[in-house]
Design a protein around this ligand. Structure first.
Ligand code: TXA
Ligand code: MG
Length: 316
């Protein structure tokens, strides 16, 4: 099992030696390694059992360090970076030659963000390389929002997990890129589309629903708790089902099933709270006695859209 602790020196030392470790961010925990070291990148793909056509995000702690990795920063990208970094926004930018193709799965753009977590910011400031860090879960499974989640899923594959407590946002970063003069959102996430539009005008949402390996971004089936999941009117769908073997993942409402089978995202209907709880709730549904999960979409505003996206993919 991995050691879990608060030792930033130790984390930095392991990363300097080319090892991979668990790190906290405000979105979800990452499985981190030196983004410029092909051996470390390969270890990440292998520990996650992730196909190499699915590229990794690079994390760093300053715009100067970003500039070392990209050819240029378009004006709108600079505006977004200034406003949202450090924070849950990933920007796709044309990469320089020093960035390994293995990191970007051969694509010409690198995905970069400056995460907003005090421990990880300190860690990054000690390193002279960026950190490649996908979410620290086995490929296709629910993302981790605590150090213990990382331990449960990948603890036997890594030496250390930097423990930064529960993630404050709880959903992965929003991914944004630029094609000609168009701003495109490729993944809905922790930065709200409304906030992006307020700053730079209308964006196009092009969230990938494909399972085509050549398509970058997200795969259709993801975040899976490994159970059949039905999205819709929970009360209606519960009729005729065995309450002992049915899991319920509701936004606000209480249901008459055993506590162990129920996850309520936010009893007072707060969507940001629901975002913080969604992945732990999906994890709770992954219990041997649960055969089917009933859930429902959230209101389509703020982070609700990103949560619905995760539910949709978890249900495939
Ligand atoms: O919040 C987050 O973004 C978390 C934390 C750890 O930072 N990371 C994360 O990484 O969610 P991951 O690997 O689970 O998801 C990254 C997504 C993938 O869907 C990948 O296909 C896409 O970003 N991606 C990465 N590099 C890309 C690139 N160069 N072009 C297009 N999509 C890219
Ligand atoms: Mg992921």
């Amino acid at each position: 099992m991995a050691e879990i602790g608060l030792n930033i020196e130790k984390a930095a030392e392991l990363l300097n030696e080319g090892e991979i470790i668990g790190i906290p961010t405000e979105t979800v925990y990452g499985l981190a390694g030196n983004a410029l070291n092909e051996d470390a990148i390969l270890q990440i793909y292998s520990a996650k059992n992730r196909p190499k056509f699915d590229p990794l995000i690079a994390h760093t702690d300053s715009l100067e360090k970003v500039e070392d990795l990209v050819k240029n920063i378009p004006e709108k990208a600079a505006t977004l970076a200034k406003h949202f970094w450090p924070g849950p926004l990933t920007i796709l930018l044309e990469k320089k030659l020093n960035v390994p193709d293995l990191l970007t799965s051969g694509l010409s753009r690198i995905a970069i963000r400056i995460p907003n977590h005090p421990l990880t910011k300190q860690l990054l400031s000690k390193l002279d390389f960026p950190l490649a860090a996908p979410s620290a879960n086995p490929f296709g499974y629910v993302s981790p929002t605590t150090g213990q989640h990382v331990q449960d899923q990948l603890g036997d594959k890594i030496p250390y997990i930097l423990d930064g407590g529960p993630c404050k946002v709880g959903l992965e970063s929003t991914i944004v890129g630029f094609e000609n003069d168009e701003v495109i959102i490729y993944r809905l996430g922790g930065t709200k589309v409304e906030e992006i539009e307020k700053l730079i005008g209308p964006v196009k949402i092009q969230v990938n629903e494909s399972s085509n390996p050549a398509a970058p971004g997200m795969l259709k089936s993801h975040y899976s708790p490994g159970r059949k999941m039905i999205i819709g009117d929970i009360k209606e769908n519960l009729k005729g089902l065995d309450k002992m073997t049915t899991g319920i993942l509701s936004f606000q409402k209480q249901y008459d099933v055993p506590d162990n089978n129920l996850a309520i995202l936010s009893p007072n209907g707060d969507i940001d709270d629901a975002a913080r709880n969604i992945f732990a709730a999906l994890r709770k549904m992954d219990q041997p006695h649960i055969e089917v999960i009933l859930t429902e979409f959230l209101p389509k505003k703020g982070l609700g859209k990103a949560i619905n996206d995760r539910l949709r993919r978890a249900a495939v």
